[in-house]
Design a protein. Structure first.
Length: 222
């Protein structure tokens, strides 16, 4: 267990990022189901590609669970092609729809009263949904206080001495979950800020440490 100093450090890092960058307005979507679809589409690609795929689905009238259930896989594949791995992602979307159907849910919002821990286990049992995707659905679509972590989170946390480089997803998530107040809006903004800092400054190669909002908290030489 990390010391209570970690809690103060994490809050100070959040405050520094927010002061420099302002609110993120994340996740950009027109409803919870679109968030869930976007969480699947964003696997192994960047958000600009997902935006193109989402726009295609919207134009085709395929951004509801009901419309996607009626759609042919080839039609979905064509529309989500900008997101990459479109055949695999189409299968994942249909696996998610099958999960909703098994749960007697017409849409993702019908899961709103389910227990968070149990729902996370159920999502992780859906073929094609891993921890980051499941947690994104829980936080951004269903407003559950679950902290989403990703490669940016791991890189920033390691470079600031919070975790080892080979930290696992559960271990990294626990650092934030156990040291921060479990508030949906706070977790939402914190993850979004980490992603923005990771993309612009805390890059895998040639990081821009001297310009980074988190420079005062850097513990390790890059």
């Amino acid at each position: 267990m990390l010391s209570t100093t970690t809690s103060r450090l994490l809050v100070a890092m959040f405050d520094a990022m927010l002061a420099r960058l302002g609110p993120s307005g994340w996740w950009p979507a027109q409803g919870p189901f679109e968030v869930a679809v976007g969480a699947i589409l964003t696997q192994n690609t960047n958000w600009s590609n997902v935006e193109k795929a989402i726009a295609n689905l919207r134009r085709a009238g395929l951004l509801t669970a009901e419309s996607l259930r009626r759609a042919r896989p080839e039609e979905v594949e064509k529309n989500i092609q900008p997101s990459g791995f479109f055949r695999q992602k189409t299968k994942k979307i249909f696996h998610f729809l099958e999960f909703l159907e098994r749960e007697g849910a017409r849409d993702v919002t019908d899961l709103i009263n389910n227990d968070t821990s149990q729902l996370r286990k159920q999502l992780l049992n859906v073929n094609g949904i891993g921890p980051e995707t499941a947690d994104s659905i829980l936080l951004y679509a269903l407003n559950r206080p679950v902290f989403v972590v990703d490669a940016y989170t791991a890189r920033i946390a390691h470079r600031h001495g919070l975790v080892p480089e080979d930290v696992s997803y559960p271990e990294l998530q626990e650092v934030f979950m156990s040291h921060l107040a479990p508030q949906v809006d706070f977790f939402n903004e914190y993850h979004a800020l980490l992603v923005r800092v990771g993309k612009k400054w805390c890059r895998k190669r040639l990081p821009l440490c001297n310009e980074c909002p988190l420079r005062p908290f850097l513990r390790e030489a890059i």
